[in-house]
Every structure is written in C-alpha cells, then in structure tokens.
Design a protein around this ligand. Structure first.
Ligand code: GDP
Length: 432
C-alpha cells in the first residue's frame, strides 16, 4: 500500500488535514503515552484507492539547531513515503523554516505536493499564490478545517501515487475454489465420492459462473464448492497415469488455481517426504490450508498418543494449519471440513486496520525491543498491511532485522490477530 507523508511546521494544521484525508474514520491519536505523533500511520481511501497517511507530527519548535531537526524530520518522512505533502500556513506565507525544509525535500527524488492550509476564504487563497516562490509548483489551497479544496488535493495525491490495484470491495460471488491434494492412496477419491458419489446429484451449475471442465462443483456442508482439477481423481486410472513428476505438476497446478487446499494425509502411515513436499507447495503458493488426517478409523488409542507427538514435530513449521482427523470410509468428522475451510478462508482474507496494527506493534517493540548487535539495534518505525489472500505486511525499519526477531514478530502477530489456517507474509523495508 503506498505511503503519503505529511510534513510541515507545527501548527500549520497537519492533524486537521490528516483527519480530513482519512474522513475521520479513525480519530488521529493526539496523545497516547509511549506513542509520539511521530510517524503515526492511518488508512485512507479515495476513489476506490487505498493508501496510508503518515502524520509526522511537528518539528521540534524550540530545538537548538532547527535546521538539523527539520532535516532529520523530513528525511525520516521522505525515505518511507511514496508522496510527500508539504503543508504551509497560507495566512503566514513561507518562512525561512519552510524554505530550509524545501531544500531537504528537493534533494529526495520523491514527489512533493505543496499544500497551503487555512485558506478559509478567497482572499487568503489569492495570497497563497506567492508560495509559487518555494519552487514546488502550484500550491494546493485548502481549508482542512472546513473541507475546502480537499477533493482536489486528494485527486492530486492519487495522481502522484504509484500504480496500485484498486480495492476489491467484494470478491466476485461464486463458489470458493478448493484443491484436494495428497499423495496416491491417501483417500482423495474416496473423500470426493463422499461428497459427489455417483448415486448423489452432483451440483453442475451455478448462475453466473463458469467452471473449468476438469473442476467439479460439489456440496460440502450445505455450501457449493468448486473442487479444482478433480478430473484425475474421478477416473480411477488417474492414479496410474504416470510418474510422480506428472502428479506433482498436477498437484502444483491445482494448488495454484485454488484459494484453499485440503491436504490429505494417511494417518496409518508416517508423514513422508512426499507429504512434506505437498505441504510446502501450499505454503509457498500462499494458499489457505486444512490438513486432513484421513483413515483415522485405522488409528487405535495406543498409536494415537505417539501420533500426536509425531505430527507436532513434523508440522512444526506450519503450526497455523487447521488439522482434522477424519475418515472418508466411515464418514467420521467429515462434517468438520466445511467449517474448517471457511475459517481458513476468513483468516486468509483478514485485513487489520493500520492504526490497530501499529498500536499493537508499538507496545510489542517497547516490551521486547530488537536485540542490540554491534552497539546498534534496528528500530521498527511502523507497519502496514500491504494485502490480503494471504495477509501481507510491510515493516518499515531503520535497518535489516535479525531473522529470529522477525520470526518473533510473526509469532506475536499471529497470537494477536489469529490467522488460523492461513500463511502470512512479512517483508522488511529498511530505510536507505
Ligand atoms: P487416492 O489415490 O488418494 O484417491 O486414494 P483412494 O481414494 O483411491 O483410496 C486409497 C485406498 O484407501 C482405498 O483402498 C480406499 O478404500 C482406502 N481408504 C480411503 N479412505 C479411507 C479411510 O478413511 N479409512 C480406511 N480404512 N481406508 C480408506
């Protein structure tokens, strides 16, 4: 998600402007203990595009070396931003402090939009034309307080932002796409037959959707699902149709085409390398996942105890996957499949508001800061969720993070927000 930084002297109306941009959907945090107004990010939307607004707070008004304070402030804002809003007071005009800031901003290659705030009436607007002298082009005259000119400013922000995909408010309606995968003989066809046995009516059309001929529409838990690439499962010859290589390509294709994968394992046998490969394929493709331990009817009480331990060990890299113990043969726990799929898909599409994400993050890094390495410890400045399906996060930092610390952040993120059944991706953007 692109980032817009709001920079300017104290009292030029930055908070008011941020409130205007975010439409007061979230209140600007003015004074939370431990949270400075420095670099507080908010979610904003205009004409179907989403971006993050970072309120950089005020420059230290009584810092000894004002120019240095300005430089530091502008620099931090600018390195993490895609667009900078430079706010001045239209009633005051440009000051030497503003001019010093412009020098810093110019050195960055970032697009800067000049905003002349407090232009509450036309006569102030006229005076604002003198701000051309700052060399940042036409000043956008706005009254953040009254809303005057804010639509034009938002249009200008969108023009300056890098291309970003439009927000998909509602995913197209239609059945969710599920891949049913697993090595030969784990019981895929048996499970599929549970849902679409020849004696039962297979759902064959849903209004307004097209289904690939190799896919099947089946009803699971009173809901219609699109099982991708079931052609090979239906024909019993599918199993004989060739090499492991071919099967693996087919599995990869099915996972790619699906939103959520059911990975079937055989509970009567140890988890194999081939099973692990399939599990990795799902994780690497970033799909939601339910692991179904089939043939649970073959597991007796003695084995069950060891099995739990073995499974925990084998699946330690994907503790977030939803696990079910079922039997395609007896029908045990087969009714748990649809709720598990829905849960995994919900996690996969979760979006955490930026303010909430950063409140949590601020508390986390305060309680457990990054360990000091060679006398320095990178700081996490803020985070945004860059996307969903699966949830993707970007951490803006002052330097690269230790792999261990990054894993710690991911674990805590999961503890806080869930994501059961979904992988999540975290990338780190250290400022240069
Ligand atoms: P696929 O290759 O993954 O499609 O596996 P199949 O559905 O062909 O099943 C392989 C074998 O396992 C068949 O002999 C099935 O009858 C058997 N099987 C499948 N599910 C179960 C189950 O839940 N319990 C038991 N005991 N056997 C099963």
């Amino acid at each position: 998600q692109p980032v817009v930084a709001v920079v300017g002297r104290p009292n030029v109306g930055k908070s008011t402007l941020v409130n205007r941009i975010i439409g007061r959907r979230q209140a600007v945090v003015e004074d939370v203990p431990g949270v400075t107004r420095d670099r507080v990010p908010y979610d904003a939307q205009w004409n179907g595009r989403a971006f993050t607004v970072v309120d950089t707070g005020g420059w230290e008004p009584d810092a000894k070396d004002r120019a240095a304070a300005i430089a530091a402030q502008a620099e931090t804002a600018v390195v993490t931003a895609d667009v900078v809003l430079f706010v001045v007071d239209a009633m005051v005009g440009s000051t030497d402090v503003d001019e010093a800031a412009v020098k810093m901003l110019r050195r960055s290659a970032k697009p800067v939009i000049l905003v002349a705030n407090k232009a509450d009436n036309t006569s102030i607007e006229m005076e604002a034309t003198s701000l051309w002298s700052l060399g940042l082009g036409e000043p956008f005259t706005v009254s953040a307080l009254h809303g005057r000119g804010s639509g034009d400013l938002l249009d200008a922000i969108l023009d300056a932002l890098p291309e970003a995909p439009a927000i998909v408010e509602n995913r197209p309606r239609g059945p969710r796409r599920v891949a049913l995968v697993g090595r030969p003989n784990v019981g895929k066809s048996s499970l599929l037959n549970r849902f679409s046995g020849e004696d039962r009516a297979v759902v064959d059309s849903v209004a307004g959707t097209t289904v690939d001929p190799v896919d099947s529409l089946v009803e699971i838990g009173g809901q219609t699902w699109q099982l991708v690439d079931t052609a090979g499962l239906r024909k019993r010859v599918g199993k004989a149709s060739g090499t492991e290589y071919y099967a693996s390509l087919r599995t990869a294709g099915a996972i790619e085409a699906a939103e959520v994968a059911v990975v079937l394992l055989d509970s009567s046998e140890p988890i194999s390398e081939q099973d692990q490969r399939i599990l990795s394929m799902v994780t690497e493709a970033g799909r939601a996942m339910v692991i179904a331990f089939n043939k649970w009817d073959l597991v007796d009480a003695d084995r069950r105890y060891y099995l739990d331990k073995e499974i925990d060990r084998e699946l330690r890299r994907i503790p977030w996957a939803i696990r079910l113990n079922l039997s395609a043969m007896t029908g045990r726990a087969v009714d748990k499949l649809a709720p598990a799929l829905n849960k995994a898909l919900a996690s996969w599409e979760t979006r955490v508001p930026t303010a909430q994400l950063n409140q949590w993050l601020t508390a986390l890094v305060q309680a457990t800061p990054h360990p000091v390495r060679g006398g320095r410890a990178p700081r996490i400045l803020f985070a945004t969720q860059a996307g969903v399906a699966p949830p993707r996060f970007v951490l803006f930092t002052t330097g690269p993070l230790d792999a261990g610390y990054q894993r710690f952040v991911e674990r805590k993120l999961r503890e806080e927000f869930g994501y059961e059944g979904s992988p999540i991706e975290i990338s780190v953007r250290p400022r240069k």
